[in-house]
Design a protein around this ligand. Sequence first.
Ligand code: GDP
Ligand code: ZN
Length: 292
Amino acid sequence: MEGKIIKGIAGFYYIHAHNGVVYECKAKGIFRKDHQKPLVGDDVSFTELTKEPPQGNITKLHERKNALIRPAVANVDQAVIIFAAKHPEPNYNLLDRFLIMMQEQGIPCLICINKCDLLTKEEQEQIRKNYEQSGCDLICTSVKTGENIKLLEQKLRGKTSTVAGPSGVGKSSLVNCLAGAEVMETGDISSKIKRGKNTTRHTFLLALWQDTFLMDTPGFSSLNLPLMEKEQLRFHYPEFEPYEGTCRYPGCVHVSEPDCRVKEAVKEGSIAGLRYENYKLLFEELKQQKRY
Ligand code: GDP
Ligand code: ZN
């Protein structure tokens, strides 16, 4: 049988099988054979030992597409980062750090600005424009009005996504709303969604629909930049790419050099000022780190 590891606790792996049943499995054989440690997100083959309770034994780990370190999860298709339009106010510096971190790991990002019922159309448009050239997809959702919930669903379907965001942005509301919509269609998901807010969390994947998994990561309020030379930071900004090599100085980092095409583009408004200002802050931070 085939399935995906959705949770691992104390030597047991919980496998969401293609038939929708969750099997409790051991992985003795593959430890011995390949010295491989299964990760949440791994696609596996397993043999069924008993149907009731569903138990089995993992026989094979399928090749991984990728593996993240934090959170420890394999085969992630995308990272969804959720911020609120307001309450709490979005922290774009934190958002950009997150994008850089995911970009380093080669994971595409979807930015979800929730509570967009608290914004005017113009304000929404401004946010969209700021991230238009960031290389990331961005959608504005509202659990309250239902705006773009279907679109979010489309973007999640058939994929494994990590979902991150500061607390209070409506992450739980969004996931419940998505799962709730599906309850009406299939009627069997509600029990999978109940999770305590204050219980100890193990890394686990939530099977939202068949072939659609979400990995909830704890809310965070700060993020360190990945280790890199400050001169490398600019390559994490797709906005700068068209100008790379066209500034007066070769290797221009677009901060204090004269005749910088990136700075000109910011002035003309072809690069979002918000993104550029955060770039400068992060550049300065990397510069300071180097001194210690
Ligand atoms: P989490 O900490 O990110 O999981 O956030 P919650 O889902 O617990 O939501 C935090 C608060 O925001 C709750 O009071 C929700 O009712 C509210 N909220 C969630 N989504 C929306 C939304 O789309 N619009 C508005 N106005 N409030 C929302
Ligand atoms: Zn430059």
